[in-house]
Design a protein around this ligand. Structure first.
Ligand SMILES: [Zn+2]
Length: 275
């Protein structure tokens, strides 16, 4: 893994929300979920997926995350950084994940998770690069994941920082990726035939520094997402501490109790499977 990535994690001071948990957390989660269900205008179940980014190096937080999803039998879509994964790391990952192999959607997260833009927002697959470089990195990444992960790899693309340019989207369609997953309302729009299953709740890269505002922001985001009828929740296990794991478990418990919700993976969404 490169220094640029770890520097970003170490310099991140945005985790004020996870310094301690509000005492009324359980009731706040339940109130948020109930209010969102009351607001639903459709009788169709709400699809909810969890996407864990920056996967490749198995460690304590990674195993804790996997065990949590296994214990509730909830699908998780894992965005793997191709240049960081090795056969040895994959063997270690598989040992824990294989207890429930059907829960996971292992898919592609860029190539090296490197920013190539000299100004503006960070992007690995952005307008600062030629279409040739983009094509090469996309295919290097895919080939590597196919080689290391074998049949466990599923061709969905999550661009690092949830952003990519028009050329990337066209290439994803050309190379028969089943979907892309970015932030909600991302531009440019994907071409017809390439669905964008976007995330609209971000648990671990929240920018609020005041914990009260950060919690209000998170519950507002969760309410809007659930009541919109489609909910994608982004996780970053490297940034998680014990309170973050406690919150996530409480959230999973609240979500599985609700009959309107359908917990799915990006593979389920891509194949439009009923689960
Ligand atoms: Zn990432």
């Amino acid at each position: 893994m490169d220094a640029q990535y770890w520097e970003q994690i170490m310099n991140d001071t945005s985790a004020s929300i996870w310094h301690h948990l509000p005492s009324d957390l359980v009731s706040r989660i339940e109130t948020c979920v109930d209010a969102a269900c009351g607001r639903l205008s459709t009788k169709n179940p709400v699809s909810i997926f969890f996407r864990a980014d920056d996967i490749a190096v198995p460690g304590k937080n990674f195993f804790q995350l996997i065990e949590l999803f296994i214990s509730y039998r909830i699908p998780l879509s894992l965005a793997v950084v191709p240049a960081w994964i090795t056969k040895i790391r994959w063997q270690t990952i598989k040992q824990s994940a294989n207890k429930a192999p059907k829960l996971w959607c292992w898919h592609q997260h860029g190539w090296r998770h490197m920013n190539h833009e000299s100004k503006g927002k960070k992007q690995e697959f952005g307008p600062g690069r030629s279409i040739d470089r983009i094509r090469k990195d996309l295919l290097y990444g895919r080939k590597r994941l196919e080689m290391v992960l074998g049949n466990a790899f599923y061709p969905v693309f999550t661009p690092p920082w949830n952003r990519c340019d028009h050329n990337t989207l066209e290439l994803l369609k050309k190379f028969k990726y089943r979907a892309v997953s970015r932030s909600q309302y991302s531009k440019p729009l994907p071409p017809n035939g390439l669905p964008d299953f976007s995330v609209n709740v971000d648990l671990h890269t929240c920018k609020e520094t005041n914990p009260i505002e950060a919690w209000n922001h998170l519950f507002k985001e969760l309410f809007q997402s659930l009541s919109s009828g489609f909910c994608g929740i982004m996780l970053h296990h490297q940034r998680m501490n014990e309170p973050a794991f406690i919150f996530l478990e409480l959230l999973l418990r609240a979500l599985i109790k609700e009959k309107y919700f359908r917990l799915v993976s990006l593979k389920d969404l891509s194949e439009n499977r009923k689960t």
